[in-house]
Each structure stands twice: as structure tokens, then as C-alpha cells.
Design a protein around this ligand. Structure first.
Ligand SMILES: NC(=O)c1ccc[n+]([C@@H]2O[C@H](COP(=O)([O-])OP(=O)(O)OC[C@H]3O[C@@H](n4cnc5c(N)ncnc54)[C@H](OP(=O)(O)O)[C@@H]3O)[C@@H](O)[C@H]2O)c1
Length: 325
């Protein structure tokens, strides 16, 4: 599927192209699955701000099988995932039968199938990066509840699942009425509404409640979490669905020793990326991936991306590519 600019818009169209359409890289992958991420929604949004030039094959996640490699590290038949760097923004992504990418962007899968890897995808990987950052900072289950915002989203659902699997008391914050059953099944201890509550003003400091937070919402939500994290706690921040501006003060940092941990999955060096994917197959593997995953064929990708943009999407959607055109 190729995203092309039209008069005032962007259309996603099925096209047959030759091998010369592929971009430079050492590893050619037969794509099995991609997935739907917020950034993929922005890629088909006029002035979405993530794509440098059209036409572009969207899909920031590529999973599948190596068909040829000019790099000895990879051989035909290897099962791999590639995501981050320019994929799906300045380099053709996973919404096509084949993808060609630099070897330094590719992760061999060990202990995860391509479908499981796509179900995790960039959002799940970002959740794992957030959890890893909190663990590296010394967070333990006895420290108290961990708040996850945007809890029904891709980052949110996987963060709830990983944290609950590690024994943390997870409080899931969501704007979706009726999401409680799913979040409880993923291991959330309790489910609350979006923060701050409607009409509530964010104060510089408020009642301390959370040992830590995983926030992919940003904006007022992040300001509220910072004002309610317990002494010495930390918040891993990865997203901005609630807006980029954070109306906070220095008080949580200088009076409660709160830390803000920035999470970036895009430019993360490949060594750290491969190590975290190995953990995602072992100690950080979500226990309920099949519950939070939906499947659609590539022909239905566009409608899923619109649901992500309008905030009605839940969990992770795997996009079937092989055999689905
Ligand atoms: N830093 C990185 O490397 C990285 C990587 C991946 C994603 N991200 C970013 O992380 C964010 C989440 O990505 P995702 O793939 O998880 O997206 P997603 O699946 O669309 O989930 C986002 C969730 O945010 C909540 N939300 C939506 N609109 C909101 C609003 N106006 N105010 C408050 N909450 C709102 C919703 O959860 P509820 O309905 O449950 O409240 C929604 O499900 C995006 O900003 C994305 O760009 C960053």
C-alpha cells in the first residue's frame, strides 16, 4: 500500500511496483505482518508531521522472513522484526509484500513468532522500554501502585500486562467506558478514569499516590501524575496523545525528588534494541498478548488507522500482509 499526496489529502492505495521501488539496504524481508500504531495514523494524515516525503509505504513495524541478505549476520529463512529509525516515515515500511532495510535496523527473533512480535510492535516495545527504565531505577512491587495512563492504547495495554506479570499493583487510567473487563483481564488491580478528572485543576503538588507511572498521554495527564507521584518516584513518558504541553512546575522534582524518564524507541541503538527484544521473549513477555491483540488484513488497515486517530481503538492490531493483498 502506498501513501500518496493528493490535493489537500493523502490517499493509501494498493499498487503493484517493481523491485526498484524498494529502498537501499542489505536485508530483504518477505513481510508477514505489520501493525497499527499512532504514528502510522499520522503518516496518512495531512500535515501529520511524521513523514518526510511521499510517496511512502507506511508501516513502522515490519515482521517476517529474510529472503536475501548482503550482510553475513542474516540468512534466508531468519525470522526478524525491524522497526524504528526511518521505517514507515522516510523509508518504506511494512504495508507491502517485501521490505528492504539496512542490516543495522534488523532484530532476529528468538522465542517470539513474527505474529507475536507484530502484536507487540513499536508500541509494545515502548511499553517494555518504559518498564525497563523503571526497573533500572530500582522500582520494586513493594514500593506501591504503578499508574498506567492511556491504558487501553498500544503502549498502555502492553505496559499493564508486563507490569502485572512482574507482580506490580497496576492502576489503569482510561477514558473508555467499558474497558474495565479487558484491563482487569490483563492484570490491572483497579481501573480509573482519565486524569485529571473532568473540571479538576492540576495543582503543583497533590496527594502522593503512585510509586511510579507509565505515561503515553503527556499534556495535563503527565502534569497530574507528576503532582501525585510519591517521594522518590519516577514517571516514564513516551507519548503525547493528550498534547505536547505539560503545565507543571519544578515542585515535584525539588520537593519530592520525582524523576521524569524520557522514553524513545525510534533512535534507540540497535544493540540495546536487540537486548530488549530478547527480554520481551523472556522475563518481560506479556502474559495475555492474545487478549489485547486483534487481527485485520492489510486491505482494512486504513480504517484501523482512522480509529487510532479518533481515539476509539483499543489494544494492538496486527496487520496481516502475507497472502492478504
Ligand atoms: N516515544 C516513543 O518511542 C513512542 C513509541 C510508540 C508510541 N509513542 C507515542 O505514544 C502515544 C501512544 O501510542 P499508542 O500506539 O499506544 O497509541 P494508541 O494505541 O492510539 O493509544 C493511545 C491512548 O491514549 C489515550 N488517549 C487518546 N486520546 C487522548 C486524549 N485526547 N487525552 C487523553 N488520552 C487520550 C487513549 O487511551 P484511553 O482511552 O484508555 O484513555 C488511547 O487509547 C502516541 O503519542 C505515540 O506517538 C511514542
Amino acid at each position: 500500500m502506498v501513501a500518496r499526496e493528493t490535493d489537500g489529502g493523502i490517499e493509501l492505495v494498493r499498487e503493484e511496483v517493481g523491485e526498484d521501488f524498494l529502498m537501499p539496504g542489505e536485508v530483504t524481508i518477505k513481510v508477514h505482518f505489520s501493525s497499527a500504531n499512532y504514528k502510522d495514523g499520522l503518516a496518512i494524515t495531512p500535515r501529520g508531521g511524521v513523514v518526510r516525503n511521499y510517496p511512502l509505504v507506511p508501516g513502522i513495524d515490519i515482521t517476517g522472513e529474510v529472503v536475501s541478505s548482503e550482510d553475513p549476520e542474516f540468512a534466508p529463512g531468519d525470522l526478524v522484526i525491524a522497526h524504528g529509525y526511518d521505517i514507515g516515515t522516510a523509508h518504506h515500511g511494512g504495508f507491502a509484500e517485501y521490505a528492504r532495510v539496512p542490516a543495522g535496523w534488523v532484530v532476529k527473533l528468538d522465542g517470539l513468532t513474527p505474529r507475536e512480535a507484530a502484536a507487540l510492535g513499536t508500541a509494545g516495545f515502548t511499553a517494555a522500554l518504559s518498564v525497563q527504565a523503571l526497573l533500572d531505577r530500582g522500582l520494586t512491587p513493594s514500593d506501591g501502585p504503578v499508574l498506567v495512563t492511556g491504558a487501553t492504547g498500544g503502549v498502555g495495554t502492553v505496559a499493564v500486562d508486563i507490569l502485572s506479570g512482574l507482580g506490580y499493583e497496576v492502576v489503569a487510567s482510561t477514558g473508555k467506558i467499558g474497558a474495565g473487563e479487558l484491563l482487569a483481564a490483563l492484570g490491572a488491580h483497579s481501573v480509573i478514569g482519565r486524569l485529571p478528572a473532568e473540571g479538576e485543576k492540576v495543582r503543583p503538588l497533590n496527594k502522593a499516590q503512585w510509586a511510579a507511572g507509565v505515561d503515553s498521554v503527556g499534556g495535563q495527564s503527565l502534569a497530574h501524575i507528576l503532582s501525585t507521584v510519591k517521594y522518590g518516584g519516577a514517571v516514564a513518558v513516551s507519548g503525547l496523545t493528550g498534547g505536547p504541553e505539560v503545565p507543571t512546575t519544578v515542585l515535584p522534582f525539588i520537593l519530592r525528588g520525582v524523576s521524569l524518564l524520557g522514553i524513545d524507541s525510534v533512535q534507540l541503538p540497535i544493540g540495546a534494541r536487540r537486548e530488549l527484544w530478547a527480554r520481551l521473549a523472556k522475563d518481560l513477555k506479556p502474559q495475555h498478548l492474545s487478549l489485547l491483540e486483534n487481527y485485520v488484513p492489510i486491505t482494512e488497515a486504513e480504517s484501523v488507522l482512522h480509529s487510532i486517530l479518533d481515539g476509539t481503538h483499543s489494544g494492538r492490531t496486527v496487520i496481516g500482509v502475507a497472502g492478504e493483498f
